[in-house]
Design a protein around this ligand. Structure first.
Ligand code: UDP
Ligand code: MG
Length: 307
């Protein structure tokens, strides 16, 4: 059995073509597959469209989540509910071409790799290209994870790797990072990322920034290191400044130092606020994890047994 996981959030115009292309792509290399569409709380007619295509393609299953949990949670739902010995994750906007699944499958089936990810060698369209590349380069550096640069969710894993991945129970999740963290032997197929076929990106800039912050906070000590570095630097600078102030006082050439006083108060005050913010971010994350809520909730699962 082969499983393909596709999260969709308000993609009503895409479902038809997405389903047809995915079925065609999968049937080119295996007769025994399931496609798990995860409806991530869509507010348009995505669910109806899915139910419709399911009448035509009986190997499609729908996991209808109870609300919008975000695409990392949606992928997680798919991973946990998948039955395949091989499982693929793919975005639902056809930016990740389903036709590439065959190539991934042949690579992984030989047994040389446990995980094969799609490596973006460029992309059509300009949106966020620079910021995305910068993020990946930066994240690779601060996280110390190797297999991450320019890979996203698009990937295929064998059962052993999926089982390892679903053991990661953290609430705040960055799957490309986790996928690298679990080890196993990792391979690539290279591809050019397509333009989104239709509609606006459902990962808004805000959501992308939250995702980037999640990645950095969960996989690196970078924010703490910056605080420590600035704190240390500040201490050294102000130690010398302090000595100067004392000497000036002793030898009587101390000036009425309004500007310097005000500036150091501003400077130290803002640094402390930033540090408090960083500490707050960690406290928030600890709180989130300690609540230990489920990552997603299923409203209805449409598979063979439910009808
Ligand atoms: N998506 C989702 N939940 C969300 C946001 C997005 O399931 O809250 C889905 C979306 O429908 C798409 C995939 O995740 O299939 C990737 O989203 P998008 O194309 O907006 O992201 P980007 O291409 O910017 O990574
Ligand atoms: Mg997209």
């Amino acid at each position: 059995m082969f499983s393909l996981i596709i999260p969709v959030y308000n993609e009503e115009f895409l479902i038809e073509e997405l389903a047809a292309r995915s079925v065609r792509a999968l049937e080119s290399f295996t007769p025994n597959y399931e496609i798990l569409f995860i409806n991530d709380g869509s507010t348009d007619s995505t669910l109806q469209k899915l139910v419709e295509v399911r009448k035509r393609f009986s190997r499609i299953k729908i996991v209808d989540l109870s609300k919008n949990f975000g695409h990392q949670a949606a992928f997680t739902a798919g991973l946990e509910m998948s039955l395949g010995n091989y499982v693929a994750m793919m975005d639902g906007d056809l930016q990740d071409p389903p036709e590439l699944l065959a190539e991934m499958y042949h690579k992984i089936k030989d047994g040389e790799y446990d995980i094969v990810s799609g490596k973006r060698m460029g992309r059509k369209g300009k949106r966020l290209r620079l910021t995305t590349n910068l993020f990946h380069a930066f994240f690779k550096k601060v996280s110390g994870l190797d297999e991450i640069e320019n890979t996203g969710n698009f990937s295929m894993m064998n059962r052993a790797a999926v089982n390892a991945l679903v053991q990661m129970k953290e609430t705040i999740r960055y799957l490309p990072g986790l996928r690298s963290f679990i080890g196993f032997s990792q391979g690539y197929v290279e591809y050019i990322r397509e333009e989104r076929l239709e509609g606006e990106p459902k990962m808004t800039l805000g959501k992308l920034m939250v995702l980037a912050a999640d990645a950095i906070f969960s996989f690196s000590k970078f924010p703490i290191k910056v605080c420590l570095f600035l704190g240390t630097l500040g201490t050294i600078v102000f130690m010398f400044a302090g000595i100067y102030v004392l000497i000036a006082k002793i030898f009587g050439f101390a000036l009425i130092g309004w500007s310097s006083t005000v500036l150091s108060i501003y400077f130290l005050g803002s640094i402390q606020l930033i540090f408090l913010g960083v500490v707050g971010e960690y406290v928030y994350r600890i709180y989130k994890e300690s609540q230990n809520r489920p990552i997603y909730l299923v409203k209805k699962f449409y598979d063979a047994e439910t009808e």
